[in-house]
Write a protein that binds this ligand. Structure first.
Ligand SMILES: Nc1ncnc2c1ncn2[C@@H]1O[C@H](COP(=O)(O)OP(=O)(O)OP(=O)(O)O)[C@@H](O)[C@H]1O
Ligand SMILES: [Mg+2]
Length: 282
């Protein structure tokens, strides 16, 4: 099955608090979708430590900065993986996109437009928190996944992220995954998030599932490998349920046109940021 006739579906994987499992979910969602016949590009828009390139053992072949200078083209920065999907690694500097000027962003958009026909699903592993580039990538995506754990700080940070995205960026639909929790704790956690969100925000939260804590996850990350069915059948099965549930959610083409919106949005925002900077006297 292949989604999207024209524009790839763009899903951002985000979280308020760091270290909750964004990168783990991103790479497994990418690999899972690839096995289902999707042509997947995973963008690493985080400047963290244990990120996509480390987890997959791939490294950047150049940077977005070299690309906007015309020294490298985007297809040369994209790295194929053994798991059947492509990656734009974190070391490529994608997370710095909001710092590029409008002209540089335009070059990036043009390059992206050239490769977008090669994919029907684009996943963005964004940084934790509510930084400019997080808001930028999430609001430019067709759908947003928010990951949290039952920890109180993770819950309040997830709420803060949803609040800023909805009030400042007009994002009002979120898929929610509770990680490192059994079914009961996950339901309780989601209901807490839902009750405070319903009370103060105009948002729709869609619970897509949970993944229990499992040493298998740590082991697979340590081995820089994907979680294998034969090594950890139960965890793998639980994970697949969540991944399938994310993929089977209907597309949200009303919100924007997916990737096309992403690029136009990027450009507009670049111009707005420049205006703002000019207004602030540099
Ligand atoms: N279900 C789980 N069971 C056990 N450990 C887990 C689980 N999910 C994630 N972890 C552990 O949590 C750590 C953080 O995961 P990951 O790097 O995917 O989080 P992240 O949200 O991308 O972090 P960052 O915000 O730093 O980018 C991993 O090292 C992994 O071992
Ligand atoms: Mg990460």
């Amino acid at each position: 099955m292949s989604v999207g006739k024209e524009m790839p579906r763009v899903i951002a994987i985000s979280s308020g608090k760091g270290g909750v499992g964004k990168t783990f979910f991103s790479i497994h969602l990418a690999a899972y979708a690839a096995t289902k016949g999707h042509r997947v590009l995973l963008l690493d828009a985080d400047l963290g430590l244990a990120n996509v390139d480390v987890m997959l053992g791939v490294s950047a072949k150049g940077s977005v900065l070299e690309m906007v200078r015309g020294e490298k083209s985007l297809p040369n920065l994209i790295v194929p993986t053994k798991a059947g999907f492509d990656v734009l690694p974190g070391g490529s500097g994608l997370y710095e996109l909001t710092a590029l000027d409008a002209g540089q962003q335009q070059v990036m958009m043009d390059e992206m437009r050239h490769v977008s026909g090669n994919y029907d699903l684009v996943l963005i592993d964004v940084a934790a928190g509510i930084g400019d580039n997080v808001l930028y990538f999430v609001s430019a995506s067709e759908s947003a996944v928010v990951i949290l754990t039952p920890e109180p700080t993770s819950l309040t940070d997830a709420y803060a992220l949803i609040k800023v995205l909805s009030r400042q960026r007009g994002v009002n639909r979120f898929m929610v995954v509770v990680n490192q929790a059994d079914d009961f704790d996950a339901q309780v956690t989601f209901r807490r998030l839902l009750s405070v969100s319903d009370r103060y925000l105009d948002v729709h939260l869609d619970y897509v599932g949970h993944l229990p804590y499992s040493p298998d996850v740590r082991k697979s990350i340590q081995n820089q490998s994907l979680l294998q069915d034969q090594d950890s059948p139960k965890t793998r099965q639980d994970l697949d349920v969540v991944l399938q549930s994310i993929l089977s959610r209907p597309r949200d083409l009303n919100r924007n046109g997916g990737l096309q919106f992403f690029w136009e949005h990027s450009l507009n925002e670049g111009l707005q940021m420049q205006d703002k900077q000019a207004g602030q006297g540099g």
